[in-house]
Design a protein around this ligand. Structure first.
Ligand SMILES: Nc1ncnc2c1ncn2[C@@H]1O[C@H](COP(=O)(O)OP(=O)(O)O)[C@@H](O)[C@H]1O
Ligand SMILES: [Mg+2]
Length: 371
């Protein structure tokens, strides 16, 4: 008896600044997913937000070509998401008719940033009773907002460095007050848009005179801005976590390290996407066994108390005095074959195709509705 393949709606692209990275990821997943077990229904979200029907062969072709990153071609026919008895359904809209209706069992969104990683698309699936890979609405939304995220982490007793948050109105009303509060954190500080990613809009500020400029830069991306105490001289360690099966505990990968060669700089956009010897990844990180165990435990605890499901990359700082802090939680971490999350799992014994299958299985095993 041959088993029916599991039908997976692969949803990628999106309206955030990470559209191209998402397309790159979709190419990798489409090429490597076990085609004997999974049948892919492709939906690309164009930069203007329209959902489009993209054939699998075209998703497989999404790669860097002539030094350019791939995008969702806006000329594909329009796709509609519908509810069906067993999950979801994708249809192609032709004028006022629907064609080529295709049921699917589970949605796999490879979207990063706002309108994808932030609970919005997860809410859509919840409303339609469609199973989906990854964190639910609340954990996704909280994970996307660095201020809500840190407040929840502090309330749950996780180690988080000190920070201040203000809206653009609060900043305008009393810049001196905020400058004093920031001075109280101690320079250097990191200024960030609350709901950003890929280090976009983030500055390190060493001199109080440069604070206002860095806030203005962050405000270009989000009216809500965070200023954090700079955790200088700390190592940047990342741990990939997967949800547990059958009520068992989540599983942590071996830790990896981001090694930045220029001491005064940080893991900014260029270092992430245009690495020219400024940064290297150590997978696994070189750490004493007890530190490795402590960081894996901290990552699992973060995943659990923040109510994450499916997957997350937990980013930590390990400081010279041995203290570890949680920097952030990414509910849809970079997921190309070369990204930290899949590489950490490969180092821990789970290959890229097996990781994709595992995420889909976790999503299928999850009950619908309130969990
Ligand atoms: N408080 C901090 N102390 C030291 N370095 C920081 C701090 N916050 C951010 N950084 C540096 O900036 C990078 C990006 O910040 P992060 O909060 O991870 O934003 P993003 O969500 O864009 O990845 C980090 O990987 C780290 O190199
Ligand atoms: Mg980060």
């Amino acid at each position: 008896m041959t088993q029916q393949p599991i039908r997976v709606a692969l949803i990628f692209g999106g309206v955030s600044s990470e559209h191209e990275i998402s397309c790159l990821t979709a190419g990798g997943v489409a090429r490597e997913i076990d085609s004997a077990r999974f049948e892919v229904v492709g939906v690309g979200i164009a930069k203007d937000g329209r959902w489009l029907r993209v054939p699998l062969e075209r998703i497989k072709a999404l790669e860097v070509a002539d030094g350019r990153l791939p995008v969702v071609d806006p000329d594909y026919p329009e796709a509609l998401l519908l509810r069906s008895d067993q999950g979801g359904q994708i249809a192609t809209r032709k004028g006022d008719r629907l064609e080529d209706l295709q049921d699917f069992d589970v949605a796999f969104t490879l979207l990063h940033g706002p309108f994808g990683e932030d609970g919005t698309v997860q809410g859509l699936f919840e409303m339609l009773a469609i199973r989906y890979v990854g964190a639910g609405v609340a954990a996704s939304a909280i994970g996307m907002d660095k201020d809500l995220m840190k407040r929840s982490m502090v309330a749950a007793g996780l180690p988080v460095g000190p920070w201040k948050t203000f809206s653009s109105a609060e900043w305008e009303r009393d810049q001196q007050r905020w400058a004093d509060e920031v001075a109280g954190l101690g320079y250097p500080v990191f200024v960030k848009p609350a709901r950003g990613g890929s280090s976009v809009g983030i500055s390190r500020v060493d001199d109080p005179a440069a604070l206002a400029g860095a806030v203005a830069e962050a405000q270009l991306h989000d009216p809500k801005v965070l200023v954090e105490k700079g955790l200088v001289g700390c190592r940047e360690i990342e741990v990939a976590v997967l949800g547990g099966h059958d009520g068992l505990a989540p599983r942590a990968s071996l830790p990896g390290e981001i090694i930045i060669h220029d001491k005064g700089s940080f893991y900014d956009f260029n270092a992430k996407y245009l690495p020219q010897q400024q940064v290297s990844l150590a997978i696994p990180a070189e750490l004493p066994a007890d530190t490795t165990a402590r960081l894996r435990e901290l990552a699992v605890r973060t995943f659990t108390v923040m109510n994450v499901e499916g997957l997350a990359r937990i980013d930590l700082f390990l400081c010279a005095d041995g203290e570890a802090y949680v920097n952030e939680l990414n509910t849809m971490p970079g997921f190309t074959r070369l990204s930290m999350f899949p590489q950490l799992w490969a180092a821990t014994g789970l290959s890229y195709p097996d990781l994709v299958a595992e995420l889909i299985e976790l999503a299928l095993a999850r009950p619908l509705g309130l969990r």
